[in-house]
Write a protein that binds this ligand. Structure first.
Ligand code: HEC
Length: 118
C-alpha cells in the first residue's frame, strides 16, 4: 500500500467514527419521553394525542379531563399516579393491571408536559 493510501484509510476511519458518534447523539436527543409509548397505547384513544379529548369522546364522557395548565394547577404527579392506580368514576378505569408503577410515573410526567407552555 502506498503511504498516502494508508493515511486516507485512517482519515476515513476517523471521520467515519466521529460522524457515527454524532448521529448516535442526535438519535438519543430525539428519543421519545418514556411516558409516550404507554400513553399512546392506553390513554390516547380517550384523552387525545396531546391531552385534549376528541369531540366524540367529549360527547361520550362529558366529564373527561383536558390536560392543560389549569388542570395541573390542582393536581400533582402523585395524584395522577393515584388516579391511574385506583381509577375514577365509571369510565376512567384503574390501570394497575396494565401499567407498572414506573410506567404510571412516566405517563404522569408525560401528560404534565401537555400543560406546560411550549
Ligand atoms: C375509556 C376512556 C379513557 C381512557 C382509556 C383513559 N381515560 Fe382518563 N379519564 C376518562 C374519563 C371519562 C375521565 C373523567 C372521570 C371523572 O371525572 O369522572 C378521565 C379522567 C382522567 C384524569 C383526571 C382525574 C382527576 O384528577 O380528575 C386523569 C389524570 C386521567 N384520566 C388520565 C388518564 C391516563 C394517564 C390514561 C392512560 C393510562 C387514561 N386516563 C385513560 C376516560 C379515559
Amino acid at each position: 500500500m502506498k503511504p498516502y493510501t494508508v493515511i486516507a484509510a485512517i482519515a476515513i476511519l476517523i471521520i467515519g467514527s466521529a460522524s457515527a458518534g454524532r448521529f448516535a447523539t442526535a438519535a438519543t436527543l430525539q428519543q421519545d419521553p418514556p411516558g409516550k409509548a404507554p400513553y399512546d397505547a392506553n390513554c390516547k384513544k380517550c384523552h387525545g394525542a396531546i391531552g385534549v379529548a376528541p369531540k366524540s369522546m367529549k360527547t361520550k364522557f362529558p366529564k373527561i379531563a383536558t390536560f392543560n395548565a389549569e388542570f395541573f394547577e390542582h393536581r400533582s404527579a402523585d395524584s395522577v399516579v393515584t388516579i391511574l392506580t385506583k381509577g375514577k368514576g365509571q369510565d376512567m378505569k384503574s390501570f394497575k393491571d396494565k401499567l407498572s408503577h414506573a410506567e404510571m410515573v412516566a405517563v404522569a410526567a408525560y401528560i404534565r408536559a401537555f400543560g406546560k407552555p411550549k
